[in-house]
Design a protein around this ligand. Structure first.
Ligand code: FA5
Length: 339
């Protein structure tokens, strides 16, 4: 019996090692540990041995059985690691989750594409601005009542003598930055984030986005603006849109206008979106004020231009039928996944 155990020990581990499939491995295992296996017969035969022999052979045989089981288990894991086991190709795969663009990003991308095709460049500027660029150079001096049109987040200063900084309340300060460093003629748009210290509701946020436009040259007129903005809204809303300019006031333009477009949902028939007026108010515009040209060192007698500013969320809300501006930055996946 000792002889048999020695022989088994001598051959079994090499045989296990030489198997290449789970089926081959199972055959080797059965040869030694199956019902009629060699080692199983040894273990069965123990009962017939003398007590002394049993004490010597029994533990060796049992230990060998454990080692064979362990070796078979290890070999099986080798097969699994090298994928030699069965692989069911019809098993459903893992769904790959794909990110979605925020509708605000989609709106800004569309806007940029349209204006690029109309000969405009896309420009940006910082969200932390100087008081000069955000207000003074735009013809809104300190203590002027027009300042109250924009409730401002001011930044802390280390010393009272330092110039005050703020979170820009509109994208208009980029007009100043651009004109200080470029010569006309040019046409630019400036999409960007803006901040106002305001109560929020379905149409107002403290952090929102605007798209500024500025075209400057010797012969640029308000009629040019009307045709550009008509082309923009018509392409953005994928339909023919009419534009109406109503007199309004912004300190940095003269004349100033409010820009209305025909409601793209009801085509002027009247609906809830346009509060049954047929028209939507989409932003402000006008001819750049001579004081603004003075502030950047242009000659207002030879240079003229139009400027406009529209709310980007407002346009996205109209285009995509979004009922509440607070959804854009809500981080709610149920909202984002719809786009
Ligand atoms: C301005 O900010 C001017 N800078 C626009 C301008 C530029 C006029 C150039 C003339 C020439 P106003 O405050 O109206 O204007 O804001 C423009 C648009 O920004 C609004 O029509 C609105 O759509 C959007 N907007 C303003 N405040 C908020 C707010 N709190 N939340 C969301 N959108 C806002």
């Amino acid at each position: 019996m000792i002889m048999t155990i020695n022989e088994i020990e001598h051959s079994v581990f090499a045989e296990i090692h030489n198997t290449h499939t789970a089926k081959e491995l199972e055959e080797v295992r059965a040869r030694y540990l199956g019902r009629k296996g060699t080692l199983t017969s040894v273990l069965r035969g123990l009962a017939e041995l003398s007590l002394e022999d049993r004490r010597e052979i029994g533990p060796r045989a049992q230990a060998l059985r454990d080692r064979i089981e362990e070796a078979c288990e290890d070999r099986l894991q080798d097969f699994e690691a090298t994928s030699e086991t069965f692989f069911d190709v019809s098993f459903p795969g893992k769904k790959i989750t794909v990110g979605h663009h925020n509708p605000l990003s989609l709106l800004i991308q569309d806007t940029e594409d349209i204006f690029l095709s109309l000969g405009f460049s896309v420009v940006d500027g910082p969200e932390v601005e100087t008081e000069f660029n955000n207000f003074d150079a735009l013809n809104i001096p300190a203590n002027h009542p027009a300042r109250e049109m924009w409730d401002t987040f001011w930044l802390k200063r280390a010393h009272n003598t330092e110039p005050r900084k703020l979170l820009r309340t509109h994208t208009s300060p980029v007009q100043i930055r651009y004109m200080q460093t470029h010569e006309p003629p040019f046409r630019i748009i400036v999409p960007g984030t803006t901040y106002r210290y305001e109560a929020t509701d379905a149409r107002h946020e403290m952090q929102f986005s605007q798209i500024e436009g500025l075209a400057v040259g010797e012969t640029v007129t308000l009629a040019n603006f009307k045709s550009i903005i008509t082309a923009f809204f018509s392409r953005l809303f994928a339909q023919k849109v009419e534009i109406r300019l109503r007199p309004s006031y912004f300190p940095f333009v003269e004349p100033g206008v409010e820009v209305d477009a025909t409601c793209p949902r009801c085509h002027k028939r009247g609906c809830e979106l346009c509060t049954f007026t047929g028209w939507l108010e989409l932003g402000g515009a006008g001819m750049v004020h001579p004081h603004v040209f003075d502030a950047v060192g242009y000659n207002p007698n030879t240079i003229q231009g139009f400027a406009f500013g529209v709310g980007a969320e407002r346009l996205a809300m109209i285009k995509y039928g979004i009922p509440d501006i607070r959804l854009f930055r809500s981080s709610d996946l149920r909202f984002i996944q719809q786009f």
